[in-house]
Design a protein around this ligand. Structure first.
Ligand SMILES: NC(=O)c1ccc[n+]([C@@H]2O[C@H](COP(=O)([O-])OP(=O)(O)OC[C@H]3O[C@@H](n4cnc5c(N)ncnc54)[C@H](OP(=O)(O)O)[C@@H]3O)[C@@H](O)[C@H]2O)c1
Length: 297
């Protein structure tokens, strides 16, 4: 079926949780869902400017806020217990996209990229799953095409640390989690489905301006971003929103831009490694052990 990201079906009556919605792609996912009439719970690390921005553009927007730090299992548990009502769709958008060239760890001693981007959403989803009625959408990445993951040393405890490898490994973990979750949900005949989306290459520079949200980088940097083969983060949100609400989308699918880095949101193909069931099962074992969070499916 054709899909127009500018004309979304009404989401009135549905509740979405969008992590990392204070800026970037998560902000635009939340804004687009609010425009479609959804009740949107934005998680941020404390900043609530995004809610004011959405309210100024979408009169009557139904919004809530929960604080979530994915680099802390304690914060994840606190956020999960605050999110008490039924959730139609959980969108695990938040992710660490930059950092130190030296190996750092989360509050719980996990390598910071894998801990924040892969194990954090795993733990949050495990805790929320009994309250989710529709879909879980995770944020994948083309970076999985650039490095093969080594599951025997996913947190790079051995050898020389590489930040770009750490990011790619974390996103292999996200892919593995999304596809393994889909397999497990189907096997248990759950009504919940798990999908994956990636935004291509999305930058603030090309996005529709949102004061206080898209202008955090310098004007010169945003100008340079507009000259890159990328799309704005507003369009980067499109595959995520499609995976979350297209009635024809199904568990196990992966949405991304039609021209890889940019374009209309379409079905796309993941790299073979992290879509492999054996890889997914091993990631699952590692994630349960690292987070001490048994998954309910
Ligand atoms: N942009 C791209 O081209 C691209 C490509 C592939 C995949 N992705 C993925 O898409 C997602 C969003 O990317 P983006 O471009 O919007 O990135 P971004 O502008 O850097 O925003 C990242 C979001 O994640 C939140 N976050 C970061 N670390 C966190 C932590 N420890 N705990 C809780 N929240 C945290 C940030 O919150 P703060 O505001 O508090 O820092 C922010 O809301 C990420 O998962 C990223 O890996 C992006």
């Amino acid at each position: 079926m054709s899909w127009d990201p500018r004309r979304l079906p009404s989401q009135a009556g549905k509740t979405f949780v969008v992590t990392g919605a204070g800026r970037g792609i998560g902000y635009f996912v939340a804004e687009q869902l609010a425009e479609a009439g959804a009740h949107v719970i934005l998680t941020t690390r404390g900043d609530t400017a995004a809610l004011d921005s959405i309210r100024s553009r979408v009169p009557g927007a139904s919004l809530d806020h929960v604080t979530l730090e994915l680099g802390s299992l304690e914060s994840i548990r606190r956020a999960a217990s605050t999110l008490s009502g039924p959730i139609d769709v959980l969108i695990n958008n938040a992710g660490k996209t930059g950092g130190s060239r030296h190996r750092e760890v989360t509050d719980d001693g996990l390598e910071i990229m894998v801990g924040t981007n892969a194990y954090g959403p795993f733990a949050l989803t495990a805790l929320l799953l009994p309250r989710i009625t529709g879909r879980v959408v995770n944020l994948g990445s083309l970076s999985t095409r650039l490095a093969r993951a080594d599951l025997s040393d996913l947190e790079q405890a051995r050898g020389r640390y590489s930040l770009s490898k750490a990011y790619a490994y974390s996103k292999h973990g996200v892919h593995a989690f999304a596809f393994e979750l889909d397999r497990r949900l189907r096997a248990s005949s759950s009504p919940v489905s798990s999908l994956l989306a990636h935004p291509g290459f999305a930058l603030d520079g090309g996005a529709s301006p949102r004061p206080g949200i898209t202008d955090r980088n310098s004007a010169a940097q945003r100008l340079a971003e507009r000259l890159m083969p990328a799309q704005g983060k507003d369009h980067g949100a499109w595959p995520v929103v499609r995976a979350a609400i297209d009635p024809d989308a199904a568990g196990g699918q992966f949405y991304g831009p039609s021209r890889s880095l940019f374009g209309a949101p379409v079905l796309t193909t993941p790299v073979a490694q992290s879509a492999d069931p054996a890889f997914g099962a091993e990631f699952w074992r590692l994630a349960e052990a690292a987070t001490g969070t048994p998954f309910p499916v």
